[in-house]
Write a protein that binds this ligand. Structure first.
Ligand SMILES: [Zn+2]
Length: 377
């Protein structure tokens, strides 16, 4: 099974690049399904048949979307027009930053995976919520849906684990002496993720026509107009409008705090699901074979965390059920807690290791340990 064939199985065909768009990593092959993935899909289908629920268009997700958009808008309006003191502005900026992460976790992620709705236009429209908050959904669909989801934790192919030169996240990455402190300083650097995204990465990827080792087809026509139009819209609401009412340094301070909160929360949630000592980091294959079937690779390289925490599950859009998400990225996240039981059962029957960290603090400690381990000589 080739990587591009895998994208079809995972239901992301709407986001897959045109044939031949990928560079050499697309020649990597997974082993054929051992029956594990087929059984998982059969049992997931049985869950939907038994409950009569639809894999997409969950009413709870539409309600959540309205709540998070209202949270985002009210935080912004209060920050720009309502806050009168330092502490009010600070709280509003933190609230705005968390609401932007909420859009990232729980709205755009499902929409850009075509997991939100059966209607393409609903996914398309809500997918643009990422662009509204400063990221490019066009580039995200390649970076996340295609490159990360196909090759999680595979150094050289999963661009999300490439934080060089600041961090060493996989055994195959080179170690620098600085990395022996990475378990301490990386937490602060995570805050720069959102500004880097807003001002550097999307443009760099677009100009170079690459994301890490992968070729990125440049957007054309309407997609190109959307890329720059939304970037302009973001700059307008984030900087231009507030500067009509406040001095520039105050606007930059508010942006730095809000974007720092967004970057830290987004990065940490990603790291807790993949960059922990409970996840596998397969050695880059010497030939074309990754050495295991697609579904086993997804389960071994992802870890669920705080899976009983309902508030966190709500806010994170089910991204604390990362194993389930990697197996069923085309299913709306409202079903992840139920599907986690299906995954646990099938993994046990088939002897596939399924890792989950019961608490958030346990997952944070696991990420700390992994950073420390990778930084050691
Ligand atoms: Zn995803």
């Amino acid at each position: 099974m080739t990587a591009t064939a895998t994208l079809r199985v995972t239901g992301d065909e709407g986001a897959a690049p045109p044939a031949g768009a990928l560079a050499s990593p697309e020649r990597l092959k997974f082993e054929p399904d051992s029956g594990f993935y087929a059984q998982l899909k059969d049992e997931a289908d049985a869950y939907f048949a038994r409950t009569g629920l639809s894999p997409k268009d969950a009413p709870a997700l539409y309600r959540k979307t309205a709540i998070i958009f209202a949270w985002f808008l009210s935080s912004y309006l209060y920050l720009v027009f309502g806050a009168n003191t330092w502490w009010q502005a600070g709280l509003a900026a933190v609230s705005l930053g968390l609401s932007v992460s909420g859009i990232g976790f729980a709205i755009q992620h499902d929409a850009n995976h075509h997991a939100y709705s059966k209607q393409r236009w609903v996914n398309g429209l809500l997918g643009f919520s990422l662009d509204v908050v400063g990221g490019s959904s066009y580039i995200w669909r390649y970076k996340h849906n295609v490159f990360h989801h196909t090759f999680p934790n595979l150094a050289g192919a999963d661009d999300d684990i490439d934080l060089r030169p600041f961090a060493r996240l996989a055994p195959a990455q080179p170690r620098r002496s600085l990395h022996r402190f990475q378990q301490y300083y990386m937490w602060a650097l995570y805050g720069f993720l959102a500004p880097k995204w807003h001002f550097v990465d999307d443009y760099k990827n677009l100009i170079n026509g690459r994301i890490g080792p992968h070729r990125l087809p440049r957007p054309r026509g309407a997609a190109m107009v959307a890329f720059f139009g939304f970037k302009l819209f973001f700059m307008t609401w984030a900087f231009v409008v507030p500067m009509f009412f406040h001095p520039w340094w105050m606007v930059l301070g508010g942006y730095a705090l809000a974007a720092g909160v967004t970057g830290t929360s987004l990065a940490i949630v990603f790291q807790l699901a993949h960059c922990v000592d409970g996840a596998d980091f397969p050695a880059p294959p010497e030939g074309q074979s990754i050495g295991m079937p697609f579904a086993e690779h997804q389960v071994r390289t992802s870890v669920d965390f705080a899976d009983g925490n309902r508030l966190l599950t709500w806010y994170l859009g089910g991204l604390n059920y990362q194993v389930v998400h990697h197996l069923f990225p085309h299913v709306c996240h409202a079903h992840y807690p139920a599907l986690a039981k299906v995954v646990a059962k099938v993994c046990e029957e088939r002897g596939v290791r399924y890792r989950h960290e019961p608490t958030l603090s346990g997952a944070l400690a696991a990420h700390f340990r992994w950073l420390r381990q990778m930084g050691e000589a």
